[in-house]
Design a protein around this ligand. Structure first.
Ligand code: PLP
Length: 379
């Protein structure tokens, strides 16, 4: 099955009881047993729910994995991965990490004796230099937020195999439409399904997919034991979102391409960060491991002052000023004052998050209208 067929059909079939074409929302906490210990595969909805199971099986197929697990948020999914570790274990992660993941690692799990190292992961030698006997997990995010660095998943998988370390990839920005980390050698794929998988800015959810039976068993044990599951209604919404993932991603990529080129030629714009541009520093790796380049774009202004950027941000009419990304509607944000405000200024600027940096989550509206909005906001 090809991708566009898989999003609609993989691991899904009409409801056995009624023939309903759409997976029903099994809004129930428990399931009647015909005799003691005799049930139809479901006992209690934390342990398993048919709507959630349909979603977990579908996304596992899209990522070419064997097992999927869905959680109440992206961070709850990451929480499950780190709970596979023990005190004394070490994790290597990118220095350009999603802020919520950074907060989870440093303010929660460091207290439980797990040590985190943050390194520039587009330098594979820097990762290898950080490895030791206690290293148990490499946590990759690619593309990164907001400067769209691309990390070489295959190169990272070589290192993780050599040292027998688990490799996990946060695939939120790319989705399986653009990049399938398990095929490139990763052990775990993580999604904030809140973003492109849900796709309509109406649900918060996290997903994990794995390809190894032992990791799957451990992941399910933690999902069931810690209980950070998502509900049946949200599972339904994300299942429905995924049915148009290929159509939406195609439109996000086309709009992203048009807008990146428009910005590249704009006299007031300084740097444009979009992995599809040949000027992007990791373009070659992006071309190798991604099928297209997505709808996330950041750009800085030649007049690099915070108030100039804020003036531009306040003028947008079609792009909504908001956190989050990956929905059908276009959003705009100011990383320096929004998502990256907690990072010390010198460190922030060193990683490219300058005062005038503006981040776009390009939606699926008509590109002409989006460009007209950018034009009037930049004027
Ligand atoms: C949003 C996001 C998360 C966290 O997901 P939530 O659903 O908000 O908990 C993790 N990683 C990336 C890259 C994200 O964009």
């Amino acid at each position: 099955m090809k991708f566009g067929t898989k999003v609609i059909h993989a691991a899904l079939s009409p409801d056995e009881a009624t023939g309903a074409v759409m997976t029903p929302i099994y809004q129930t906490s428990t399931f009647a047993q015909s005799e003691v210990g005799k049930h139809k595969g479901f006992e209690y909805s934390r342990t398993g729910n048919p709507t959630r199971k349909a979603l977990e099986d579908n996304i596992a197929a899209l990522e070419n994995g064997i097992f999927g697990a869905a959680f109440g948020s992206g961070l709850a999914a990451i929480d499950c991965v780190i709970k596979m570790l023990k005190p004394g274990d070490e994790v290597i992660s990118t220095n350009d990490l999603y802020g919520g993941s950074y907060r989870l690692f440093t303010t929660i799990f460091e207290q439980y004796g797990i040590q985190f190292h943050f390194v520039p992961m587009d330098d594979l030698d820097a990762v290898e230099a950080c490895l030791n006997k206690r290293t148990k997990l490499i946590w990759v995010e690619t593309p990164t937020n907001p400067t769209m660095q691309i990390i070489d998943i295959k190169g990272m998988a070589k290192i993780s195999k050599k040292y027998n370390v688990i490799l996990a990839v946060d695939n939120t920005f790319a989705t399986p439409y653009l990049q399938r980390p398990l095929d490139l050698g990763a052990d775990i794929v993580m999604h904030s399904a809140t973003k492109y998988l849900g796709g309509h800015s109406d649900v918060v959810m996290g997903i994990l997919v794995v390809r190894d039976a032992d990791i799957a068993k451990e992941m399910y044990r933690i999902q069931n034991s810690s209980g950070a599951i998502c509900g049946p209604m949200d599972s339904f919404l994300v299942l429905r979102g995924i049915k148009t993932l290929h159509l939406r991603m195609k439109a996000h990529c086309e709009n992203g391409r048009k807008i990146a080129h428009y910005l590249e030629n704009h006299p007031k714009v300084d740097n444009v960060y979009w992995p599809g541009l040949t000027t992007h520093k990791n373009h070659t790796i992006a071309k190798d491991q991604m099928d297209d380049f997505g709808g996330m774009i950041s750009f800085s202004l030649k007049d690099d002052k915070e108030h100039t950027a804020i003036n531009v941000l306040n003028r947008f009419k079609l792009f909504s000023l908001a956190e989050s990304l990956g929905g059908v509607e276009s959003l705009v944000g100011h990383p320096a004052s929004m998502t990256h405000a907690a990072i010390p200024k010198a460190e922030r600027i060193k990683s490219g998050v300058v005062d005038s940096l503006i981040r776009l989550s390009v939606g699926v509206e008509d590109a002409e209208d989006l460009i007209a909005d950018l034009e009037q906001a930049l004027r």
